[in-house]
Design a protein around this ligand. Structure first.
Ligand code: F2R
Ligand code: MG
Ligand code: MG
Length: 319
Protein backbone atom coordinates (compact mmCIF):
# COMPACT_ATOMS: atom_id res chain seq x y z
CA UNK A 1 0.00 0.00 0.00
CA UNK A 2 1.13 3.55 -0.66
CA UNK A 3 2.73 5.26 2.31
CA UNK A 4 0.49 8.28 1.79
CA UNK A 5 -2.59 6.13 2.47
CA UNK A 6 -1.00 4.96 5.70
CA UNK A 7 -0.34 8.55 6.84
CA UNK A 8 -4.01 9.36 6.11
CA UNK A 9 -5.10 6.16 7.88
CA UNK A 10 -3.20 7.06 11.03
CA UNK A 11 -4.54 10.62 11.30
CA UNK A 12 -8.10 9.69 10.31
CA UNK A 13 -7.82 6.64 12.59
CA UNK A 14 -7.16 8.99 15.51
CA UNK A 15 -10.27 10.99 14.64
CA UNK A 16 -12.44 7.87 14.20
CA UNK A 17 -11.34 6.28 17.49
CA UNK A 18 -11.74 9.55 19.39
CA UNK A 19 -15.27 10.12 18.01
CA UNK A 20 -16.33 6.49 18.58
CA UNK A 21 -15.17 6.53 22.20
CA UNK A 22 -16.15 10.06 23.16
CA UNK A 23 -19.82 9.44 24.10
CA UNK A 24 -18.81 6.79 26.65
CA UNK A 25 -15.66 8.40 28.07
CA UNK A 26 -15.44 7.63 31.79
CA UNK A 27 -17.90 4.70 31.67
CA UNK A 28 -16.76 1.29 32.84
CA UNK A 29 -17.43 -1.69 30.52
CA UNK A 30 -20.27 -3.08 32.65
CA UNK A 31 -22.20 0.15 32.32
CA UNK A 32 -21.52 0.38 28.58
CA UNK A 33 -22.82 -3.16 28.19
CA UNK A 34 -25.92 -2.47 30.26
CA UNK A 35 -26.83 0.75 28.42
CA UNK A 36 -25.75 0.05 24.85
CA UNK A 37 -24.83 -3.62 24.60
CA UNK A 38 -21.77 -2.77 22.56
CA UNK A 39 -20.61 0.51 21.02
CA UNK A 40 -20.18 -0.20 17.31
CA UNK A 41 -21.09 3.08 15.63
CA UNK A 42 -20.80 6.82 16.10
CA UNK A 43 -23.36 7.82 18.72
CA UNK A 44 -24.84 11.13 19.79
CA UNK A 45 -22.25 13.18 21.60
CA UNK A 46 -22.02 16.48 23.44
CA UNK A 47 -20.82 18.36 20.32
CA UNK A 48 -22.77 16.13 17.91
CA UNK A 49 -22.39 12.66 16.39
CA UNK A 50 -18.91 11.93 15.05
CA UNK A 51 -17.27 14.93 16.71
CA UNK A 52 -13.75 14.80 18.04
CA UNK A 53 -12.25 15.94 21.32
CA UNK A 54 -8.92 17.29 22.64
CA UNK A 55 -7.13 14.13 21.41
CA UNK A 56 -7.71 14.95 17.74
CA UNK A 57 -7.53 18.73 18.20
CA UNK A 58 -4.02 18.44 19.66
CA UNK A 59 -3.06 15.90 16.96
CA UNK A 60 -4.08 18.50 14.36
CA UNK A 61 -1.89 21.09 16.10
CA UNK A 62 1.13 18.77 16.00
CA UNK A 63 0.65 17.97 12.31
CA UNK A 64 0.23 21.66 11.43
CA UNK A 65 3.40 22.60 13.27
CA UNK A 66 5.49 19.75 11.79
CA UNK A 67 4.37 20.75 8.28
CA UNK A 68 4.91 24.48 8.85
CA UNK A 69 8.40 24.04 10.35
CA UNK A 70 9.42 21.00 8.28
CA UNK A 71 10.14 19.21 11.54
CA UNK A 72 9.98 19.90 15.27
CA UNK A 73 10.00 23.45 16.60
CA UNK A 74 9.07 23.81 20.27
CA UNK A 75 7.78 27.40 20.36
CA UNK A 76 5.78 26.84 17.17
CA UNK A 77 4.21 23.60 18.41
CA UNK A 78 3.23 25.25 21.70
CA UNK A 79 1.71 28.10 19.68
CA UNK A 80 -0.19 25.59 17.53
CA UNK A 81 -1.68 24.05 20.69
CA UNK A 82 -2.83 27.52 21.75
CA UNK A 83 -4.24 28.45 18.34
CA UNK A 84 -6.28 25.25 18.18
CA UNK A 85 -7.39 25.18 21.84
CA UNK A 86 -11.17 25.01 22.25
CA UNK A 87 -12.07 24.19 25.87
CA UNK A 88 -15.40 22.66 24.85
CA UNK A 89 -13.46 19.76 23.27
CA UNK A 90 -12.81 18.55 26.85
CA UNK A 91 -9.17 19.06 27.89
CA UNK A 92 -7.40 17.64 30.94
CA UNK A 93 -6.87 20.06 33.84
CA UNK A 94 -3.06 19.91 33.75
CA UNK A 95 -2.91 20.58 30.01
CA UNK A 96 -5.35 23.49 30.33
CA UNK A 97 -3.17 25.05 33.02
CA UNK A 98 0.08 24.56 31.08
CA UNK A 99 -1.43 26.13 27.95
CA UNK A 100 -2.61 29.15 29.93
CA UNK A 101 0.89 29.56 31.40
CA UNK A 102 2.41 29.48 27.90
CA UNK A 103 -0.18 32.02 26.80
CA UNK A 104 0.90 34.34 29.59
CA UNK A 105 4.54 34.11 28.51
CA UNK A 106 6.06 31.05 30.22
CA UNK A 107 8.60 29.37 27.85
CA UNK A 108 7.33 26.28 25.99
CA UNK A 109 9.85 23.99 27.70
CA UNK A 110 9.26 25.24 31.23
CA UNK A 111 5.49 25.57 31.63
CA UNK A 112 5.05 21.80 31.94
CA UNK A 113 7.02 21.80 35.20
CA UNK A 114 4.26 23.75 36.91
CA UNK A 115 1.67 20.97 37.11
CA UNK A 116 1.48 18.00 39.47
CA UNK A 117 4.64 16.80 41.12
CA UNK A 118 7.32 16.63 38.45
CA UNK A 119 4.93 17.19 35.55
CA UNK A 120 1.95 15.32 34.11
CA UNK A 121 1.82 11.64 33.21
CA UNK A 122 -1.71 11.91 31.83
CA UNK A 123 -2.59 10.48 28.41
CA UNK A 124 -2.37 13.90 26.76
CA UNK A 125 1.00 13.65 25.05
CA UNK A 126 0.53 10.08 23.75
CA UNK A 127 -3.01 10.53 22.41
CA UNK A 128 -1.91 13.29 19.97
CA UNK A 129 1.39 11.81 18.74
CA UNK A 130 0.36 10.10 15.45
CA UNK A 131 1.88 12.81 13.15
CA UNK A 132 5.29 12.39 14.84
CA UNK A 133 5.10 8.61 14.35
CA UNK A 134 4.32 9.18 10.66
CA UNK A 135 6.90 11.86 9.85
CA UNK A 136 9.81 9.99 11.48
CA UNK A 137 8.53 6.47 10.87
CA UNK A 138 11.83 5.29 9.37
CA UNK A 139 14.18 7.07 11.84
CA UNK A 140 13.58 5.54 15.30
CA UNK A 141 16.19 7.62 17.17
CA UNK A 142 14.94 10.94 15.79
CA UNK A 143 11.37 9.77 16.35
CA UNK A 144 12.05 9.10 20.04
CA UNK A 145 13.71 12.50 20.46
CA UNK A 146 10.86 14.42 18.79
CA UNK A 147 8.22 12.42 20.69
CA UNK A 148 9.97 13.39 23.92
CA UNK A 149 10.27 17.07 22.97
CA UNK A 150 6.62 17.26 21.87
CA UNK A 151 5.60 15.65 25.18
CA UNK A 152 7.50 17.99 27.51
CA UNK A 153 5.48 20.98 26.34
CA UNK A 154 2.61 19.72 28.51
CA UNK A 155 3.72 16.34 29.97
CA UNK A 156 7.15 16.39 31.61
CA UNK A 157 6.89 13.38 33.89
CA UNK A 158 8.97 10.40 32.70
CA UNK A 159 5.83 8.24 32.54
CA UNK A 160 4.12 10.83 30.33
CA UNK A 161 7.16 11.14 28.06
CA UNK A 162 7.63 7.38 27.78
CA UNK A 163 3.91 6.97 26.98
CA UNK A 164 4.30 9.34 24.02
CA UNK A 165 7.50 7.61 22.88
CA UNK A 166 5.90 4.14 23.08
CA UNK A 167 2.78 5.22 21.19
CA UNK A 168 4.86 6.97 18.48
CA UNK A 169 7.04 3.85 18.04
CA UNK A 170 3.92 1.69 17.66
CA UNK A 171 2.51 4.03 14.97
CA UNK A 172 5.88 4.04 13.14
CA UNK A 173 6.20 0.26 13.29
CA UNK A 174 2.64 -0.19 11.98
CA UNK A 175 3.50 2.15 9.08
CA UNK A 176 6.59 0.12 8.20
CA UNK A 177 4.78 -3.22 8.03
CA UNK A 178 3.42 -4.34 4.70
CA UNK A 179 -0.28 -4.92 5.36
CA UNK A 180 -0.61 -7.35 2.45
CA UNK A 181 1.35 -9.92 4.48
CA UNK A 182 0.03 -11.58 7.63
CA UNK A 183 1.24 -9.68 10.66
CA UNK A 184 2.64 -11.56 13.64
CA UNK A 185 1.65 -9.69 16.86
CA UNK A 186 4.42 -11.37 18.87
CA UNK A 187 7.14 -10.22 16.48
CA UNK A 188 5.62 -6.72 16.46
CA UNK A 189 5.65 -6.65 20.26
CA UNK A 190 9.17 -8.04 20.61
CA UNK A 191 10.62 -5.49 18.16
CA UNK A 192 8.67 -2.70 19.84
CA UNK A 193 10.12 -3.65 23.26
CA UNK A 194 13.65 -3.65 21.82
CA UNK A 195 13.22 -0.24 20.16
CA UNK A 196 11.49 1.28 23.18
CA UNK A 197 13.80 0.08 25.96
CA UNK A 198 12.08 2.20 28.67
CA UNK A 199 13.58 3.40 31.94
CA UNK A 200 10.38 2.98 33.91
CA UNK A 201 9.31 -0.27 35.49
CA UNK A 202 5.64 0.50 34.76
CA UNK A 203 6.06 0.15 30.97
CA UNK A 204 8.46 -2.80 31.23
CA UNK A 205 5.90 -4.68 33.33
CA UNK A 206 2.97 -3.80 31.07
CA UNK A 207 4.77 -4.92 27.92
CA UNK A 208 5.66 -8.20 29.57
CA UNK A 209 2.02 -8.68 30.64
CA UNK A 210 0.88 -7.86 27.12
CA UNK A 211 2.77 -10.84 25.72
CA UNK A 212 1.08 -13.12 28.26
CA UNK A 213 -2.35 -11.70 27.38
CA UNK A 214 -1.78 -12.22 23.65
CA UNK A 215 -1.12 -15.91 24.31
CA UNK A 216 -4.11 -16.30 26.60
CA UNK A 217 -6.95 -14.35 24.87
CA UNK A 218 -8.41 -13.27 28.22
CA UNK A 219 -11.72 -11.58 29.04
CA UNK A 220 -12.03 -7.78 29.25
CA UNK A 221 -11.80 -7.69 33.05
CA UNK A 222 -8.42 -9.34 33.03
CA UNK A 223 -7.12 -7.01 30.32
CA UNK A 224 -8.23 -3.95 32.30
CA UNK A 225 -6.78 -5.34 35.53
CA UNK A 226 -3.45 -6.08 33.84
CA UNK A 227 -3.04 -3.12 31.49
CA UNK A 228 -5.47 -0.45 32.78
CA UNK A 229 -7.96 1.85 31.06
CA UNK A 230 -7.61 5.22 32.79
CA UNK A 231 -6.22 8.72 32.15
CA UNK A 232 -2.63 7.83 33.13
CA UNK A 233 -0.44 7.08 30.11
CA UNK A 234 1.00 3.84 31.51
CA UNK A 235 -2.60 2.65 32.03
CA UNK A 236 -3.79 3.38 28.49
CA UNK A 237 -0.99 3.32 25.91
CA UNK A 238 -0.28 -0.43 26.45
CA UNK A 239 -4.04 -1.06 26.36
CA UNK A 240 -4.38 0.70 23.00
CA UNK A 241 -1.45 -1.25 21.56
CA UNK A 242 -2.91 -4.50 22.89
CA UNK A 243 -6.30 -3.72 21.29
CA UNK A 244 -4.54 -3.45 17.93
CA UNK A 245 -2.33 -6.52 18.40
CA UNK A 246 -5.28 -8.67 19.51
CA UNK A 247 -7.18 -7.62 16.34
CA UNK A 248 -4.52 -7.07 13.67
CA UNK A 249 -6.72 -7.98 10.71
CA UNK A 250 -9.45 -5.41 11.17
CA UNK A 251 -9.43 -1.70 12.04
CA UNK A 252 -13.11 -1.95 12.92
CA UNK A 253 -12.66 -4.89 15.34
CA UNK A 254 -9.64 -3.29 17.03
CA UNK A 255 -11.52 -0.04 17.67
CA UNK A 256 -14.75 -1.65 18.83
CA UNK A 257 -12.69 -3.72 21.24
CA UNK A 258 -10.66 -0.70 22.47
CA UNK A 259 -13.69 1.51 23.11
CA UNK A 260 -15.72 -1.19 24.85
CA UNK A 261 -12.93 -1.67 27.38
CA UNK A 262 -14.36 1.50 28.95
CA UNK A 263 -12.51 4.13 30.99
CA UNK A 264 -10.64 6.68 28.87
CA UNK A 265 -12.50 5.45 25.79
CA UNK A 266 -12.00 8.36 23.39
CA UNK A 267 -8.28 8.27 24.09
CA UNK A 268 -7.72 4.51 23.98
CA UNK A 269 -9.84 4.56 20.79
CA UNK A 270 -7.79 7.42 19.31
CA UNK A 271 -4.46 5.71 20.04
CA UNK A 272 -5.60 2.31 18.81
CA UNK A 273 -7.03 4.03 15.73
CA UNK A 274 -3.70 5.78 15.05
CA UNK A 275 -1.82 2.46 15.11
CA UNK A 276 -4.39 0.35 13.28
CA UNK A 277 -4.92 3.13 10.71
CA UNK A 278 -1.15 3.30 10.14
CA UNK A 279 -1.14 -0.43 9.44
CA UNK A 280 -4.29 -0.77 7.29
CA UNK A 281 -4.25 2.71 5.73
CA UNK A 282 -7.35 4.78 5.08
CA UNK A 283 -8.92 1.89 3.13
CA UNK A 284 -9.12 -0.07 6.39
CA UNK A 285 -11.36 2.54 8.05
CA UNK A 286 -15.02 1.59 7.50
CA UNK A 287 -16.81 4.01 5.19
CA UNK A 288 -19.88 4.08 7.46
CA UNK A 289 -17.66 5.51 10.20
CA UNK A 290 -15.78 7.92 7.93
CA UNK A 291 -19.03 9.37 6.61
CA UNK A 292 -20.24 10.09 10.15
CA UNK A 293 -17.14 12.01 11.17
CA UNK A 294 -17.33 15.72 11.81
CA UNK A 295 -16.99 18.09 8.87
CA UNK A 296 -16.42 21.85 9.16
CA UNK A 297 -13.31 24.04 9.13
CA UNK A 298 -11.05 21.44 10.77
CA UNK A 299 -13.17 18.35 10.27
CA UNK A 300 -12.52 15.14 8.36
CA UNK A 301 -11.77 16.82 5.00
CA UNK A 302 -9.19 19.08 6.63
CA UNK A 303 -7.53 16.20 8.51
CA UNK A 304 -7.26 14.18 5.30
CA UNK A 305 -5.59 17.15 3.54
CA UNK A 306 -3.31 17.66 6.54
CA UNK A 307 -2.19 14.02 6.39
CA UNK A 308 -1.34 14.48 2.68
CA UNK A 309 0.61 17.62 3.56
CA UNK A 310 2.47 15.69 6.24
CA UNK A 311 3.37 13.10 3.63
CA UNK A 312 4.65 15.88 1.32
CA UNK A 313 6.68 17.18 4.27
CA UNK A 314 8.14 13.71 4.72
CA UNK A 315 9.18 13.70 1.04
CA UNK A 316 10.62 17.22 1.36
CA UNK A 317 12.81 16.53 4.39
CA UNK A 318 14.02 13.24 2.94
CA UNK A 319 14.82 14.42 -0.58
N1 F2R B 1 -10.57 15.74 30.01
C1 F2R B 1 -11.05 14.73 29.48
N2 F2R B 1 -12.27 14.24 29.82
C2 F2R B 1 -13.16 14.84 30.77
C3 F2R B 1 -13.91 15.97 30.11
C4 F2R B 1 -14.76 15.48 28.99
C5 F2R B 1 -16.16 15.42 29.42
N3 F2R B 1 -16.76 14.23 28.84
C6 F2R B 1 -16.89 16.65 28.98
O1 F2R B 1 -18.07 16.48 28.71
O2 F2R B 1 -16.36 17.76 28.94
N4 F2R B 1 -10.41 14.02 28.52
C7 F2R B 1 -9.16 14.37 28.04
O3 F2R B 1 -8.22 14.40 29.14
C8 F2R B 1 -7.34 13.25 29.07
C9 F2R B 1 -5.96 13.74 28.79
O4 F2R B 1 -5.59 14.52 29.87
P1 F2R B 1 -4.18 15.23 29.91
O5 F2R B 1 -4.09 16.15 28.77
O6 F2R B 1 -3.13 14.23 30.06
O7 F2R B 1 -4.39 16.07 31.24
P2 F2R B 1 -3.64 16.09 32.65
O8 F2R B 1 -4.47 16.91 33.56
O9 F2R B 1 -2.23 16.50 32.45
O10 F2R B 1 -3.63 14.56 33.16
C10 F2R B 1 -4.85 13.84 33.31
C11 F2R B 1 -4.97 13.27 34.72
O11 F2R B 1 -3.91 12.37 34.99
C12 F2R B 1 -3.61 12.40 36.39
N5 F2R B 1 -2.18 12.80 36.52
C13 F2R B 1 -1.36 13.23 35.55
N6 F2R B 1 -0.14 13.47 36.04
C14 F2R B 1 -0.16 13.19 37.35
C15 F2R B 1 0.80 13.23 38.40
N7 F2R B 1 2.10 13.61 38.17
N8 F2R B 1 0.43 12.89 39.64
C16 F2R B 1 -0.86 12.49 39.87
N9 F2R B 1 -1.83 12.41 38.91
C17 F2R B 1 -1.49 12.77 37.68
C18 F2R B 1 -4.52 13.43 37.01
O12 F2R B 1 -5.66 12.77 37.52
C19 F2R B 1 -4.91 14.30 35.84
O13 F2R B 1 -6.14 14.94 36.02
C20 F2R B 1 -7.84 12.40 27.96
O14 F2R B 1 -8.74 11.44 28.45
C21 F2R B 1 -8.56 13.36 27.07
O15 F2R B 1 -9.55 12.74 26.31
MG1 MG C 1 -10.52 13.53 24.69
MG1 MG D 1 -10.01 10.78 26.96
Amino acid sequence: MFLKEKFIGSLMGTHAGDALGMPVEGYQPGLIKMRWGQVTEMMDARLGRGTYTDDTEMMIAIAESLCRCKGFNGPDMAQAFLENFSPDRGYGGGTTKVLSLIKSGKPWDEAGKEVFNGGSYGNGSAMRIAPVGCLFYDKPQQLKEVAKLSSIITHRHLLGIEGAVLQSLAVAKALRIDDSKKMDPFTFLQELIEEFNPQSKEYKDKLYLMRKLLIKEPDKEEVIKSLGNDVRAYNSVPTAIYSFLAHPDSFEEALIYAVNLGGDTDTIGAMSGAISGAYHGIRGVPVYWLESLEEGPKGRGYIKKLAKKLYDTYLYINK
